[in-house]
Design a protein around this ligand. Structure first.
Ligand code: CA2
Length: 156
């Protein structure tokens, strides 16, 4: 029997639609299109597929997670500023019961104090911060390693 390809949700929070247009000193010149191509390439190479979504609205991000919770194997998320503020997004991540890897382009720990706290980190598998565009590839590998290990253990 052939198993379906695992689906990774790639979620981008507020203002990340502007990546590459402004603030290159902090976020580089990479665009969301570049990141989505990187993530799709890394996932496809391991037999997984990707569904990407960006929103500037907290509820839309939560709805997207809810709507895809039963068909996804895991999530890579850069929640943008909601990382530091959103109890609702934290609760949604916990509720969907999917492995989630948190990504930040910049090193949030080297920036303003309010960026040092992630409300979502305690309900995520892990956090990749400060590696720029490359961090997304790392996150995909971590997520797929986790899924393979978990599914392998469940099958034994
Ligand atoms: O470093 C990251 O990836 C962040 O998640 C980016 C968020 C910030 O609030 C987090 O603390 C760290 C902000 C994304 C804003 O993106 C922009 C893109 C272009 C121009 C201005 C902002």
């Amino acid at each position: 029997m052939t198993l379906p390809a695992p689906l990774i949700l790639l979620v981008h929070g507020p203002n990340l639609n502007l990546l590459g247009e402004r603030n290159p000193a902090v976020y580089g010149t990479t665009t969301l299109v570049d990141i989505e191509a990187d993530v799709a390439g890394a996932a496809n190479a391991r037999g997984a597929t990707v569904l990407a979504f960006q929103s500037n609205h907290e509820g839309a991000l939560i709805d997207f997670l809810h709507q895809h919770r039963k068909i996804a194997a895991g999530v890579v998320i850069n929640a943008g500023a909601y990382t530091h503020t959103s109890v609702a997004l934290r609760d949604a991540i916990e509720a969907v019961q999917l492995p989630v890897v948190e990504v930040h382009l910049s090193n949030t720990h080297a920036r303003e104090a309010f960026r040092h706290v992630s409300l979502i980190a305690p309900v995520c598998l892990g956090q990749v911060t400060g590696l720029g565009r490359a961090g997304y590839g790392v996150a995909v590998q971590l997520l797929l390693d986790h899924v393979a290990t978990r599914d392998g253990a469940a099958a034994r």
